[in-house]
Design a binder for this molecule. Structure first.
Ligand code: SAM
Length: 299
């Protein structure tokens, strides 16, 4: 059962970080036709705050990705697309890989270069990027970054770019929400969820509502932030593609990928979380709220 409605659970004690918030709660895109009160993204614009809000001290996401890469004998050259603060990219680099971290947010890239050095960090849009042909042995895309591809064209752009960037036999490793979870379940939807945390003496409070846009096949989030430091309230709108497991398989096949794993866990954001060395359970399904993908570029 998912106990994290809206991915920002009610925090009974303001000032305490919510339990297990998920780091995908950032987007530098706002949806066409929707005008945010303020299009800044509190977390993407403040990477330090982002890491404080979504701590991953054991680098579980990076470890999980590295485990997938080892399991399938990946070569060393890795692209971490949607790398955010760079903490996963740095972990992979320290594991012996040669990593390029790519993100659309200049704030994230600047922070990554200083705070998580080692990888090369470059600006790129995951919905269509050109970083060289056949220059990576693996592309890693964590924390639902893939779901910032909202439209079919953007998904095609992402998968086409990954295919081009990968050497034949290269791997695509991704972790994201499972759109299929929302078929017949409403536990994460419609009810505003209050969250709060304190960072550097400022108390932040958020009220978050998630809705399903069935026409666009998007999970839309409206989050209203307030802070006790006198700053004006901020409304942020984000959205994630509701991508279904069979739809993802179809897209991967169309772009010349063979699916090696597609399952709902265990993974770095599941409850209980993945542990080092743990494999997907025999006959693992794709029913719970996270999807874990390993695919290989066909020649
Ligand atoms: C959930 S965060 C990544 C988290 C990262 N794994 C970490 O722990 O720091 C998602 C990232 O995707 C980036 N992003 C959003 N849309 C993007 C796009 N179209 N192209 C590239 N990056 C994008 C955001 O700037 C953000 O840094």
């Amino acid at each position: 059962m998912n106990t994290r409605p809206g991915e920002a659970p009610v925090n009974p004690r303001p000032g305490e970080a919510p339990v297990n918030p998920r780091p995908e709660e950032t987007s530098v895109n706002s949806q066409a036709g929707i005008v945010p009160v303020n299009s800044r993204n509190l977390l993407t614009d403040n990477p330090e705050l982002y890491e404080a809000r979504f701590p991953d001290p054991d680098r579980l996401a990076g470890r999980w990705a590295e485990d997938c890469l080892r399991r399938y004998g990946s070569g060393p050259r890795v692209l971490d697309i949607g790398c955010g603060t760079g903490r996963d990219a740095e972990f992979l680099q320290r594991s012996g890989r040669v990593v390029t971290g790519a993100d659309l947010s200049e704030a994230m890239l600047g922070y990554a270069r200083v705070t998580h050095p080692g990888p090369e960090y470059v600006g790129a849009d995951l919905t269509g990027f050109e970083l060289g042909a056949g220059v990576f042995d693996a592309v890693v895309c964590l924390d639902s970054a893939l779901l910032y591809c909202h439209t079919n064209d953007q998904l095609d752009g992402f998968l086409g770019s990954c295919r081009r960037a990968l050497a034949p036999g290269g791997l695509l490793v991704a972790e994201m929400r499972n759109g299929g979870y929302f078929l017949g379940r409403t536990d994460l939807l419609d009810t505003p969820v209050v969250g709060g945390f304190t960072w550097q003496g400022t108390a932040y409070r958020s009220v978050t509502t998630l809705t399903v846009d069935r026409t666009a096949q998007l999970l839309r989030r409206v989050r209203n932030w307030t802070a006790d430091d006198g700053s004006p309230p901020l409304q942020q709108r984000s959205a994630w593609r509701l991508l279904f497991p069979q739809e993802l398989r179809y897209l991967l096949a169309a772009h010349g990928f063979e699916v090696l794993e597609l399952h709902d866990g265990p993974g770095p954001r599941t409850e209980p979380p993945w542990r080092e060395g743990e494999l997907p359970g025999a006959g693992a399904g794709a029913d719970a709220d996270r999807l874990h993908l390993v695919a290989r570029r066909r020649n």
